[in-house]
Design a binder for this molecule. Structure first.
Ligand code: AMP
Ligand code: MN
Ligand code: MN
Length: 347
């Protein structure tokens, strides 16, 4: 292989620098984002496993008090993740798949205070580069970047690492629906390690219980549509009781409906975390939702982004609608060059 980032020399340079920094460390604390998905956990567990092969003391941390969602239970290393608010006092801190420092949750305070030993590895365009060293590349998944980093570090893959890296790749490409040809090159390489990809995607993405389907039916039936500035915004709301009883994969399925709904320009999913506390997911192929989410305190990718909101459901929807770009703003931004490879990129 000519390398997964052969077309982007700047990324090659960052890869070399970060590999150098990692090689020089003994203890490495790898941090995945809170409410982890398969790319977060796959990147973190895969990177830690690879670093351990180099003799490093590498462990994975997530800054929340509750464990990972059930669909991630098959990812090798996931049971060794440490949850909470504390990182070791020495060594490097490497964040993976964290678009911004607040995605590190309870670990944020420590990371903020110790930026000089923080390395950021991520594929989100909105990442400000909050580390002392930053490896931020336009890629299908953070695991794609980790794969290339292993080439620079001289880490040999094995079946467990391949599982971790594939988990992030298949999830963040929407099961290979969006991405560059590189995603298939990498998938082919990883499959050579004997992955049962049918079972893997069943476990990570597809499985739903009868209860999941019943709750989902209710959420889908309550679809709301709003019109503003020539845009149709479609809103699915997942109340707290439903969210608590639903699997993570079913929540992702609802968000996916928001992405593909015919006649809709912007899909919005409100996940209720508390009486007036919402995690909002945005999807669009018409406007740049990363800008919209950023304006509302979050971030993400051009077609898929999110933020946290406080207030009643009505208020949160109203605030989103008020923040939509006007017709004039949309016309003006159409003259900007398209800066992205993954028109339907997700997570
Ligand atoms: P989701 O809708 O949760 O699948 O997230 C879609 C994208 O938005 C991902 O790239 C996330 O990293 C990003 N995102 C979601 N929530 C937030 C947030 N509160 N702050 C920053 N980025 C977010
Ligand atoms: Mn993620
Ligand atoms: Mn990701």
């Amino acid at each position: 292989m000519g390398g997964l980032f052969a077309d982007t020399p700047a990324v090659g340079e960052q890869l070399g620098q970060v590999a150098e920094v990692l090689r020089g460390a003994e203890r490495i604390s790898v941090v995945a984002h809170i409410k982890p998905d398969a790319d977060a956990v796959g990147s973190a567990c895969g990177l830690a496993a690879g670093l351990r092969k180099l003799g490093k003391d590498a462990r994975v941390y997530i800054g929340q008090t509750y464990p990972h969602p059930g669909n991630l239970r098959t990812v090798p290393g996931v049971d060794d993740i440490t949850y909470g608010s504390h990182l070791p006092a020495d060594g490097l801190i490497v964040t993976v798949d964290c678009a911004s420092v607040d995605r590190t949750g309870l670990l944020r305070e420590q990371i903020d205070a110790e930026r000089d030993r923080v390395v950021v590895i991520d594929h989100h365009e909105t990442n400000p580069g909050f580390g002392a060293h930053n490896l931020i590349a336009d890629a299908e998944s953070t695991t794609t970047i980790i794969r290339e980093l292993f080439t620079h570090l001289g880490v040999e893959l094995d079946s467990e690492i391949a599982y971790c890296l594939y988990a992030g790749l298949v999830t963040d490409t929407g099961s290979f629906r969006w991405g560059t040809p590189r995603m298939h090159t990498l998938a082919a390489e990883l499959m050579e390690y004997g992955l049962d990809t049918r079972q893997l995607t069943m476990d990570l993405i597809d499985k739903a219980s009868p209860r999941d389907l019943q709750i989902m039916g209710g959420v889908l039936a309550d679809l709301q549509n709003f019109r503003q500035e020539g845009l149709v915004v479609s809103v699915f709301t997942i109340p707290a009781e439903a969210l608590a009883r639903m699997s993570q994969t079913t929540v992702e399925t609802i968000i996916d409906y928001a992405r593909v709904l015919e006649g809709s320009d912007v899909g919005m999913v409100l996940k209720q975390n508390g009486p007036k506390h919402w995690a909002v997911s945005l999807r669009s192929t018409v406007i740049d939702v990363s800008k919209l989410a950023q304006a509302l305190g979050g971030g993400g990718h051009i077609p898929a982004a999110g933020y946290t909101a406080y207030g009643s459901q009505d208020m949160v929807v109203r605030d989103l609608i008020a923040a939509l770009p006007t017709r004039e703003e949309r016309a003006a931004s159409q003259h900007e060059p398209a800066a992205q490879n993954f028109p339907n990129a997700n997570r």
